[in-house]
Ligand binder design. Structure first.
Ligand code: ADE
Ligand code: ZN
Length: 351
């Protein structure tokens, strides 16, 4: 479908990005744990940290690749023990989402990071779910949960986690695959995803962040995923790019994450504009905002500052975020109507 062309001056982009309604589809809730909250929860729960202060912890956020980040990210999550901790973490993110005009968010959570430390699955999901319910009621922000399997762990461990999750099946909408990508291809989880598909869960997977384009192909063909998380390395396979464009498969791209984890050296070298030029259904997301220097609007602002994007690109990205979300066609239409009204207002002001 062709979209309207907006004549909105570049100077208005920061205000437009702030004001436009949007969805966030790739955000690990454990990656929203700010150092201040890590320290507060450590104190509340009597957990010892290996950093003496908030500043020292933040100073350690200098990553060279995905694994160097994951090591510190899993250590940060060790302060989460009680249902209230999970609620507080999610609530803090949902307040930020509201500030950024996020109308809908689909949150990843990593149960194995917690159950392997002896925290019951029930504690994790109930704390997160109650924050999602509260966000809808108090903030008007719609929030759902996507349970991720840690791909560096075994297929057997993933199947066990799936079994543990079944009593809470109604509290999450889908499953994903995250953690160390290289050496852990999608096919390792073929049987897990087949079971999830039978359960009627939505399916997504991280692929083509650090891993090769074949991982994207296999996530599509073997896991039957509906969206690809990251996917930026698809450009190395022209046939795959053509397929993704033709199928309209969404890529949940995370620009600041890609810079912090050295997938691209600088934002000016990020391939988001190229992906858009190929007609791919690109969305912008924050991944792990507490670790990568910004929530959703910061990701938009940083990307637009360095990639020569305009208001029409902003519209495409926001619209894609709604179209790629796992909600009814009616809800998508209602949110896109709000998006259209915001752009009409900015275009009218500019005329
Ligand atoms: N878990 C949290 N953030 C992640 C990322 N960017 N890639 C893979 N696993 C993750
Ligand atoms: Zn991610």
């Amino acid at each position: 479908m062709s979209q309207p062309a907006f004549h909105i001056p570049q100077a208005k982009l920061p205000a437009l990005i702030q004001a436009m309604p949007k969805a966030e589809l790739h955000m690990h809730i454990e990656g929203s744990l700010e150092p201040e909250l890590i320290f507060a929860l450590a104190q509340r729960n009597g957990v010892a940290l290996s950093y003496p202060s908030v500043e020292a912890l933040r100073a350690a956020y200098a990553f060279t690749d995905l694994q160097s980040f994951l090591d510190i990210y899993y250590a940060g999550a060790s302060v989460l023990l009680k249902e209230q901790d999970f609620h507080d973490m999610a609530w803090a993110y949902l307040l930020k989402a509201k500030e950024d005009n996020v109308l809908h968010t689909e949150l990843f959570f990593d149960p194995q990071t917690h159950t392997d430390r002896g925290v019951p699955f029930e504690v994790v999901i109930k704390g997160l779910h109650s924050a999602c319910v509260r966000a809808e009621a108090e903030l008007g922000v719609s929030a759902s949960l996507i349970m991720c399997f840690l791909r560096h762990l075994s297929e057997e461990a993933a199947l066990k986690t799936l079994d543990e999750s079944l009593p809470y099946r109604e509290l999450f909408i889908g499953v994903g695959l995250d953690s160390s990508e290289r050496g852990h291809p999608p096919e390792k989880f073929a049987r897990v995803f087949a079971r999830c598909k039978d359960l009627g869960l939505h399916l997504v997977a991280h692929a083509g962040e650090e891993g090769p384009p074949e991982y994207i192909v296999n996530a599509l063909d073997i896991l039957s995923v509906e969206r690809i998380d990251h996917g930026v390395r698809c450009v190395e396979d022209p046939a795959l790019v053509e397929r993704l464009a033709k199928q309209g498969t969404a890529l949940t791209v995370c620009p600041l994450s890609n810079i912090k984890l050295c997938v691209f050296k600088t934002m000016a070298e990020h391939n988001l504009k190229t992906l858009l030029a190929h007609g791919l259904k690109v969305t912008v997301n924050s991944d792990d905002p507490a670790y990568f220097g910004g929530y959703l609007n910061q990701n938009f602002l940083a990307t637009f500052a360095d990639l020569d994007l305009d208001a029409n690109d902003a519209y495409t990205l926001a619209r894609n975020s709604f179209e790629a979300s796992f909600v009814s066609a009616e809800r998508k239409q209602a949110w896109i109507a709000q998006l259209d009204a915001t752009f009409a207002r900015f275009a009218g002001d500019a005329a």
